[in-house]
Ligand binder design. Sequence first.
Ligand SMILES: NC(=O)C1=CN([C@@H]2O[C@H](COP(=O)(O)OP(=O)(O)OC[C@H]3O[C@@H](n4cnc5c(N)ncnc54)[C@H](OP(=O)(O)O)[C@@H]3O)[C@@H](O)[C@H]2O)[C@@H](O)CC1
Ligand SMILES: [K+]
Length: 234
Amino acid sequence: MQALTCEQVRRVDEIAIRDYQMPGIVLMENAGRGAAEIIHSLCPDATALVLCGRGNNGGDGYVIARHLQILGHEVSILAVCAVDELSGDAKVNAVIADAAGIEIEVIEEKANQEGTSLAMKLGKTNCIIDGLLGTGAKPPLRGIYAALVSAANESDAMRIALDIPTGLDGDTGEVIGEAFRADHTMTFVAPKVGFQQKNADEFVGVVHVVGIGVPTKLIRELDLPNNELGLPKN
Ligand SMILES: NC(=O)C1=CN([C@@H]2O[C@H](COP(=O)(O)OP(=O)(O)OC[C@H]3O[C@@H](n4cnc5c(N)ncnc54)[C@H](OP(=O)(O)O)[C@@H]3O)[C@@H](O)[C@H]2O)[C@@H](O)CC1
Ligand SMILES: [K+]
């Protein structure tokens, strides 16, 4: 499957919502359910800890936590902000996860100083899921994100990235400082062009492409030389 830039994938979401009247919440549910089913097949008995950022990448994490619970897993969430600080589709899914009784612990910025407490928290699970940053990331990692990524990388848990390993630039494959070293990456719609660059594969691990339910016609338009998305003709 053709690799896309972060901007191209964001355009797919925009067009699905604008031209095909697909609610973003439906795209997020498809993304999260599809990722959860692959994660379940990879580690059927895992106790999972989902790291949720404050955007829609975090939103995917809240959906995945719910579906892993449905599939029988012990799941908890470590969030960079409280549910009421979220917005849009991410907030909807955080509220659902909270109502479903899934533990959501908000990690305080000050935890940054006490690296041990983070390592303790992340050491108690055998599957860490990175829902911190996706196509909306603007490196370098700010505040608690770098500490969370470092603590996750020190853990001997299986590490699974959602869409793009946090800290990796999805377009260039560059890593400034630290990036989540995923064993598996569940990437939505298409592989990202940055995954093929230099040493990205040590952060990306095995790539699994997860569809988000957009119509074939939209995806087919991506391959047309004069496609409507205004994508470069490469
Ligand atoms: N319907 C859809 O659209 C679908 C979308 N999908 C999912 O959405 C993802 C894109 O979501 P998104 O656009 O919300 O961006 P996301 O990557 O969550 O981060 C934005 C937040 O992070 C922050 N931030 C940025 N850089 C930072 C840094 N270096 N260090 C710290 N913080 C940083 C940034 O803050 P700001 O820069 O605005 O101050 C903002 O708050 C995509 O990857 C896929 O997983 C799928 O569900 C399919 C359907
Ligand atoms: K991520």
